[in-house]
Design a protein around this ligand. Structure first.
Ligand code: ATP
Length: 242
């Protein structure tokens, strides 16, 4: 593993620290001694090719699956169900409240999660140009992604994990969503880890990047430092995965 930049060191300011994580599915090695830290209050891009192990890693951090070896800590604590109120995960396969309307989805979220900010969610669905009375299963892919993002952000958790939140979304919507994330971070800082293949459009969003290949951290660090020393995130990505 190569690490660079001030944020790549394990410090008290790390929200998530992963140490030598190993995960196998039957004989398949999916995470291979994965070690990395994710700085608190920053946005980290988790980058890698299809099948590199990104979703598996996010699920381990969220406590949805267990590593075979190694350890992940969130805010200094071993992962435990009691941390559920601190962590929001949006999986790339999520289907929430399909048979309800947008408004019902928001109201249910408020019932499920006491810290859910109903007013903020209502404000965001207007900004995202969603119809409160439309059934979730009739939303387009982009509209559905916007709704799920609203449901995640309005929970107000300290850690948000977004697994490919931009896939299948048009450029303008992507920019709109990125703007919402940036505004939200400014209003109430939290730690965000985003796995994405949309590097060109999203690289401006990242403070920190972790490149994963075959389940291992092959490069990570502060994005400004990486850019100054190695070029754009897209260039680095091409160099690693070519
Ligand atoms: N529940 C599972 N059972 C068996 N194999 C699995 C399971 N989940 C993931 N895998 C395998 O683990 C490997 C890593 O999958 P993962 O979804 O973590 O990768 P990824 O980096 O998120 O990929 P993508 O960018 O395509 O979403 C893949 O080969 C996948 O087939």
């Amino acid at each position: 593993m190569i690490t660079h930049g001030p944020n790549s060191l394990v410090t008290n300011s790390d929200a998530v620290v992963c140490k030598e994580l190993v995960k196998r599915y039957k004989q398949k090695l999916v995470l291979n001694q994965f070690t990395a830290s994710f700085p608190a209050g920053k946005i980290t891009g988790l980058l890698g090719q299809n099948g590199a192990g990104k979703s598996t890693l996010l699920k381990i951090i969220a406590g949805l699956t267990q590593p075979d070896h190694g350890e992940a800590r969130v805010f200094g604590q071993k992962i435990h169900w009691k941390q559920n109120h601190d962590i929001t995960i949006l999986s790339d396969r999520t289907k929430w409240y399909e048979h309800h309307t947008v408004l019902e989805a928001i109201k249910f979220s408020k019932v499920l999660f006491p810290s859910f900010d109903l007013e903020k969610a209502l404000e965001l669905i207007q900004f995202m140009e969603l119809d409160a009375d439309q059934k979730v299963h009739t939303l387009s892919k982009g509209q559905e992604s916007r709704l799920y993002l609203v449901l995640c952000l309005a929970r107000n958790t300290k850690l948000v994990l977004l697994d490919e939140p931009f896939s299948g979304i048009d450029l303008v919507s992507k920019e709109q969503i990125i703007q919402v994330i940036i505004d939200y971070m400014v209003e109430s800082p939290f730690t965000l880890i985003i796995s994405t293949h949309e590097i060109h459009e999203t690289e401006g969003l990242f403070d920190h990047a972790v490149f994963i290949r075959n389940g291992a951290n092959v490069l990570s660090g502060d994005v400004e430092y990486l850019r100054a020393t190695q070029g754009s995130i897209e260039t680095i990505y091409r160099g690693i995965y070519r």
